[in-house]
Design a protein around this ligand. Structure first.
Ligand code: FAD
Length: 413
């Protein structure tokens, strides 16, 4: 079907990617029907604050929303919440929702996100054991986060460490168990991981690195986590932050290609020419990842997918991909990341970690591929621009703190 013939778009998943797609379709001038189906009760909202300001109690639900709810009806976007899509009939281009209603589409966008991995342990269903993905998860956890309570976080990724930081700020006793020998093992270098380990330790978080939980203990409520080495850590709350799996149930049911997410081409088109897939549920070749297929879990990636799809459906100018970015807030530290560090062979520091404001630049050969900037927004923005435009600078220039970042970027080739 050519772009001009698309009159009905259905988006399954009213999260960051789905919500952005509906909005960007209208911005791009699409005048046909848009139906946005989401199983959660809320209109599309941002998840990042859930493990940051929202968990701490500094932000309410209204502030999480991507946009005010009334805008959907004003822009003639049919938003169906608390409703799950259960079947895709590709031959007849219909989506069936719970209750049996069938909705026809000309173009379908799968934006079904990801599900948090459950702890594969006895006791994982006890009261007091939490997964962390939705506002409902945060709402359930928040009242238990009282001063003096014992929290065990399993998994030292960004979400686990952010929750640990909030918990310390609220006066909880916090232990983080991580199977790897360092925190953030999948997402950053040993140098930057070491900085965050020291920072959390200074703030009173205990770490069990290389630790393997064996069983979650308790009768009805959790009382502790036993490790395979026989030790036991007492707990009133256990938070599992051991990663997510892409939500691909519908895609698999209807026979789309799936491999670590729903497989798409650069235009986010799946193996069916009427179905796109974007956000955490999808894998695609990425311009800033040497065209390798990757599945990213980030706001940046959700927004990129929405822009690509809106351009494809409306026949607009193809979107030029932005370099990936991400952030994490822990205590008063703002970590900003641009690019993808995988495959780096050299890390160059600008600033001193002890000052709690520095940037780690990652090089692959002579090429700058990523930055982790802690409380250094100028370094983040400068490096992001260099990575975006494929320019690079010699490591010695970045190490020279006497030259402002702006000047270094302006002189880069
Ligand atoms: P989601 O936002 O998960 O939305 C998918 C939606 O689809 C969900 O509401 C789901 O219920 C719904 N759905 C699934 N199947 C169906 C169905 N069959 N029918 C109807 N609805 C369905 N990223 C950053 O860049 N920076 C951060 O600091 C950061 N912090 C985070 C902190 C937390 C606690 C979490 C959970 C995530 C964080 N992320 C962060 C990641 C970021 O939020 C996600 O990458 C982003 O939300 C992905 O958007 P999405 O639309 O693909 O998926």
């Amino acid at each position: 079907m050519s772009t001009g013939e698309i009159k009905r778009v259905i988006i399954i998943g009213a999260g960051q990617a789905g919500g952005e797609t509906a909005q960007r379709l209208r911005q791009a001038g699409f005048t046909g029907d848009i139906t946005l189906i989401g199983e959660e009760p809320a209109a599309p909202y941002q998840r990042p604050p859930l493990s940051k300001a929202y968990l701490k109690g500094d932000l309410d639900m209204d502030r999480l929303l991507l946009r005010p709810t009334n805008l959907y009806s004003e822009e003639n976007i049919t938003l169906l919440t608390s409703l799950r899509a259960v079947w895709i009939d590709r031959a007849n281009r219909k989506v069936r929702v719970e209750g049996g209603r069938e909705l026809p589409y000309d173009a379908l966008v799968l934006a079904t996100g990801a599900r948090p991995r459950k702890l594969p342990l006895v006791g994982a269903d006890l009261d007091g054991v939490f997964l962390f993905r939705t506002a409902a998860d945060a709402d359930a956890l928040r009242p238990r986060m009282v001063s003096g309570a014992k929290l065990v976080v399993i998994g030292a990724g960004y979400i686990g460490l952010e929750a640990a930081a909030v918990a310390r700020q609220l006066g909880l006793d916090v232990t983080v168990i991580e199977m790897a020998v360092r925190p953030l093992a999948r997402v950053t270098s040993p140098e930057v991981a070491g900085f965050f380990l020291d920072e959390h330790t200074r703030q009173g978080v205990r770490f069990v690195l290389g630790g393997q939980p064996a069983i979650i203990k308790g009768r009805e409520r959790v009382t502790g986590v036993a490790l395979t080495d026989g030790s036991e850590i007492p707990a009133d709350i256990v938070l599992a932050g051991i990663g997510v799996t892409p939500e691909v149930t519908l895609a698999q049911q209807c026979g789309l290609a799936v491999e670590n997410g729903i497989v798409t081409n650069r235009q986010c088109l799946t193996s069916d020419p009427a179905i796109y897939a974007i956000g955490d549920c999808a894998s695609r070749p990425m311009a800033h990842f040497e065209q390798r297929v990757a599945r990213l879990e980030s706001v940046h990636n959700a927004v990129e997918g929405a822009k690509i799809v809106a351009a494809a459906i409306t026949g607009g100018k193809p979107h030029t991909e932005e370099a990936p970015w991400f952030w994490s807030d822990q205590y008063d530290l703002k970590l900003q990341i641009a690019g993808l560090f995988q495959g780096y062979d050299r890390v160059v520091l600008r600033g001193v970690m002890a000052d709690r404001a520095f940037a780690a630049f990652y090089y692959k050969g002579p090429k700058l591929i990523a930055v982790d900037a802690v409380n250094r927004p100028a370094e983040y923005l400068g490096a992001k621009m260099l990575i975006q435009t494929g320019r690079t600078v010699a490591p010695s220039e970045l190490e020279d703190e006497s030259r402002p970042m702006k000047e270094i970027v302006a002189a880069a080739r």
